[in-house]
Design a binder for this molecule. Structure first.
Ligand code: HEM
Ligand code: CA
Ligand code: CA
Length: 306
């Protein structure tokens, strides 16, 4: 009968959270975008069934396909640095701290480094899945051009309400979007809900109507031109000005179910931070494996050999 709780590792690995934070900090100083990656990775892990590090499993020679290979994972990066964080934690306490907890804590600490809400007390005690859920990723993670109804239904599936969904999408206040996900709004015509000048700017970033689904194509736009590395409410201010990047972003400003929250968060960064922190916790506790369920992986990329 396991449950998540604060300081789950207080006896078994008292420095666990500190080691994760040190590593997240070190990596952030080397590559600021690592902090951005942990936030997106937590969403993609937790939304697909459970916060169980299923996302971190690599494709195996015996035929299991990694969730990272899904179309929905397009653009995700920095997984090798999760391996580095895990290695540091393993040096401290071998076989003790789950990859699911490491990912959740890294996202929490990444949010703090990006100027988002902090401190956020996060419960731990998650266990790691023994399998990848590649086959169902698209049933959980919405697409960039899905309707507001679809998006809200998917978030409701993990206990996140309309306001929470609006708050979590505020993560698009940091990071980047590849042209592959944008050209549909730029060609042949700039989408009518987009500010004309912004459309021109994005066409400059993405000069051709065709863009390959390939991150080797280094054509992308910052999610938020004004404060690209700050997890602030600029995202909502951009939406109100017609500067949303993805269709799922821009629709939040016009749909009557979501627009009141967009306006409120645009007007009040502290309120955004409060709602973001609360919903990040809800998301981070989606259907965890606890107690004797699953396992504590030794290497986040592979299930333990029995
Ligand atoms: C309707 C839900 C969502 C959709 C459809 C969506 C879709 C996307 C897409 C298409 C990208 C750009 C990928 C690329 O072109 O490289 C992206 C980036 C990103 N997303 Fe989301 N997202 C959603 C919700 C979220 C949530 C809830 C979070 C976190 C709380 C999040 C965090 C991020 C971050 C941080 C990036 C930037 C990644 C980077 O720069 O490496 N997203 N998202
Ligand atoms: Ca998962
Ligand atoms: Ca920002």
């Amino acid at each position: 009968e396991g449950q998540l709780r604060l300081n789950f590792y207080s006896e078994s690995c008292p420095r666990a959270e500190e080691v994760v934070r040190e590593q997240v900090q070190r990596l952030y100083e080397e590559h600021g975008n690592t902090a951005v990656s942990w936030v997106r990775a937590l969403f993609h892990d937790c939304m697909v069934k459970s916060c169980d590090a299923s996302l971190l499993l690599e494709t195996t020679p015996t035929g299991a396909i990694s969730e990272q290979a899904s179309h929905r994972s397009f653009g995700m990066r920095n997984f090798k640095y999760i391996t580095a964080i895990k290695a540091a934690v393993e040096r401290e306490c071998p076989g003790t701290v789950s990859c699911a907890d490491i990912l959740a804590l890294a996202a929490r600490d990444g949010v703090a480094m990006l100027g988002g809400p902090a401190p956020v007390g996060m419960r731990t005690g998650r266990r790691d899945s023994r399998e990848s859920y590649y086959g169902v990723v698209e049933r959980y993670i919405p697409n960039h051009n899905d309707s507001v109804s679809t998006v809200l239904a998917r978030f409701a599936g993990m206990g996140v309400d309309t306001e929470g969904a609006v708050a979590l999408l505020g993560a698009h206040s940091v990071g980047r979007v590849h042209c592959f996900n944008l050209v549909g709004r730029l060609y042949p015509e700039v989408d009518g809900s987009m500010e004309a000048a912004y459309g021109e700017y994005l066409r400059g970033r993405c000069p051709t109507a065709e863009a390959a689904e390939d991150t080797g194509e280094v054509v992308y736009a910052r999610n938020d031109r004004a404060t690209p590395m700050l997890l602030d409410n600029m995202y909502y201010r951009n939406l109100l000005a017609g500067r949303g990047l993805l269709l799922v972003d821009q629709q939040l400003a016009s749909d009557p179910r979501t627009s009141p929250y967009v306006r409120r968060m645009a007007a009040d960064n502290a309120y955004f931070h409060q709602r973001f922190a609360a919903t990040l916790l809800t998301m981070s506790e989606n259907a965890p494996l606890t107690g004797a369920q699953g396992e504590v992986r030794k290497d986040c990329r592979f299930v333990n050999s029995s």
